[in-house]
Write a protein that binds this ligand. Structure first.
Ligand code: SF4
Length: 218
């Protein structure tokens, strides 16, 4: 693919027609999305699912319960997701800040998207991808989530972004948000489709011959 192929809305349609709806984010509640967004850092979703199952078994997928649980106990329960001591600390920080400031997740939605994003980014251990995943998938704000799959896919259009991780995040996010209707449902599905593409075809060593973009170009 090349830069001329980057009609983002058309590419969305190609992905959607090929893969169908992805049903993201796989969670029973906004709080479960928030927990999953922290646990999924540097690990596979299968590992996150095991950790979330442990939390459900202990009835800890509840804001007050997570505020009150001992950090060491939390770390043991989320062990399957890896980096469990760091993630337990991050999760406690995040949940405690939410609880202190809002008590109820619904109350965060009263903030503008910019204010909600700034609130999350001030919390230790919450970077842009985690904050935007929470904003989009847990709270329904229309923000495009950028991850390693997205950057790899864009890189294959030969688009150059900044060498700075943070700047390249914002530049690629702006590319989507300036060239697509601002629509949380669209952003939700599009990001999920890019992840699917990245896992199945647009891998480190791409399988172009089976990819919907290659098939379409034939
Ligand atoms: S796998 Fe598909 S999207 Fe990725 S480079 Fe090949 S044709 Fe393009």
């Amino acid at each position: 693919m090349s830069k001329k192929d980057i009609d983002l809305l058309k590419n969305y349609e190609i992905l959607y027609n090929f893969f169908g709806p992805q049903g993201w984010w796989p969670a029973d509640s906004p709080l479960e999305v928030i927990v999953g967004a922290v646990l999924t850092q540097n690990t596979s979703w299968q590992n996150v699912e095991k950790a979330i199952e442990n939390l459900k078994r202990e009835r800890l997928l509840d804001l007050t319960a997570l505020v009150n649980v001992e950090q060491d106990k939390l770390a043991m329960l989320i062990k399957p997701s890896g980096y469990y001591n760091i993630k337990a600390k991050r999760l406690k920080n995040l949940i405690t800040e939410i609880y202190k400031n809002f008590q109820d997740l619904e109350d965060i939605k009263k903030l503008s998207m910019e204010d909600a994003r700034n609130f999350l980014l001030k919390i230790n251990g919450i970077g842009c991808e985690t904050a935007d995943s929470i904003l989009l998938y847990a709270l329904g704000y229309p923000v495009f989530v950028i991850d390693a799959y997205t950057l790899r896919w864009l890189g294959r259009f030969d688009i150059k972004f900044s060498d700075s991780k943070r700047d390249s995040y914002h530049q690629s996010q702006a590319l989507f948000m300036k060239n697509l209707p601002i629509d949380s449902k669209l952003f939700n599905e599009y990001h999920a489709l890019i992840v699917r593409l990245g896992k199945e075809f647009c891998k480190k060593v791409p399988s172009c011959h089976e990819c919907p973009f290659y098939i379409r170009a034939l």
